[in-house]
Ligand binder design. Sequence first.
Ligand SMILES: *Cc1c(COP(=O)(O)O)cnc(C)c1O
Length: 490
Amino acid sequence: MSARTIFEQGRKGRRAFVCPELDVPDRPREELLPSKLRRREPAVLPEVSEPEIVRHYVRLSKKNFDLDSGFYPLGSCTMKHNPRLHERVAGLPGYARLHPLQRPAAAQGALELMWRLEGALGEIAGLPYVSLQPSAGSHGELAGVLLTRAYHEANGQRGTKVLTPDTAHGTNPATVTMAGYEVVKIATDEAGGVDIDDLRAKADEDVACLMLTNPNTLGLFDRNIEEIAAIVHGIGAILYYDGANLNAVMGRTRPGDMGFDIVHFNLHKTFTQPHGGGGPGAGPIAVSERIEPFLMTPRVRRGEDGEFDLDYDKPASIGRLRGFQGNFGTFVRTYAYICSLGAEGLREASEVAVLNANYLLARLGEMGLLERLPLAYGELCGHEFVLSGAPMKRDLGIRTLDLAKRLLDFGIHPPTVYFPLLVDEALLIEPTETETKETLDEFVEAIAAILAEAEEDPEIARTAPHTTPVRRLDEAGAARNPIIRQEVTR
Ligand SMILES: *Cc1c(COP(=O)(O)O)cnc(C)c1O
């Protein structure tokens, strides 16, 4: 029964919803949509009762692993708890039911929220000019690279290359390529930071920008950041901050103070939003004064009379990056988060995120587990850390992938695996600040149990998971030969 698709359920004519009787004059279909735009045959849609549709989706949801049912230490993704208060606020009809084409005069509350959120994010970044438009971190990156180009063109110069460290998240080089620049990789030094000599060697007049995240994807804060900024600014290039790792430093330091010119935020990571499965997210950017003239339009403006409006009059702007103003529900949740924590609370959130990661690392060490899963770089970490599964693979015959899959049987979502690429058999672990000490201890015990069990019988991990609705999947096959169309017959 549970294997049936929604199309295989129900009966012709069955409905989950009864429309109220029409109380306006009906209009012929032809008037509503010309026949050349309509299908010849009506679409085949599921015809189901409300209990059928509710059960169908609840059943599907139970097949997924989710943050509300278990620990989710997916490194770099910041899967922190989503406070229910935010959902309540985002669901207020004045926000949730607002039409995106509403006149600004009739959407003053929404515009004020955006304006206040821009102010708060600008303060957190240490860069005062904010656009909320981008829909994801990668979209913010694209905005940043397009702004970089607009800035250079306005100044009569134009690099062809963008530098990124070899630890960078995959979206960084992808964005750079998409924006028409050449990606140049910068090596990582022994301490896990930017290799300054390599940076100097590659920093020439063809470089438009350096994209960096700090702490980087190894979870390490690069102490040379001021020197890096000086090198980049010395050649007239822009320094871009990938803000996905802001959760380690929010309220403690600001990208603007480190010398960055452009920053994106991942509201769905640092500022709590239910995310995964494609969204909705938001990747606002904050920029310095020299970049401001090029920011996307429209901008939210507050007039002298206190009225809010949308300002399209920015002649140097790169224009729009998407329809309407952005994923508005994410703005409401983020604003609720910032207001409910306050400046102190935001700082504490990042402090506890760093504390939790270091506690987890220390516990793994205390239990002797770092012998099989050594820390790839450094001794302490920021809000996340990278282990290498290479000794485990060599000594126990199980790979990082096997360990990750076996964790599912313990009710724990696997950490990020095989990223960053420069670490062999990498495991990138990010516990976030919202997990309790007990949960962190359970994670360490699960790792210990899996390694002990693999000493006896590595086959258990190699064939895991054993308790999930689906077992080991052919992930490469699913990505390379996706079957995304279902033949529907009635
Ligand atoms: C998640 C992430 C991104 C991309 O953000 P999206 O919102 O997923 O597009 C970029 N850089 C790093 C380090 C990330 O963790």
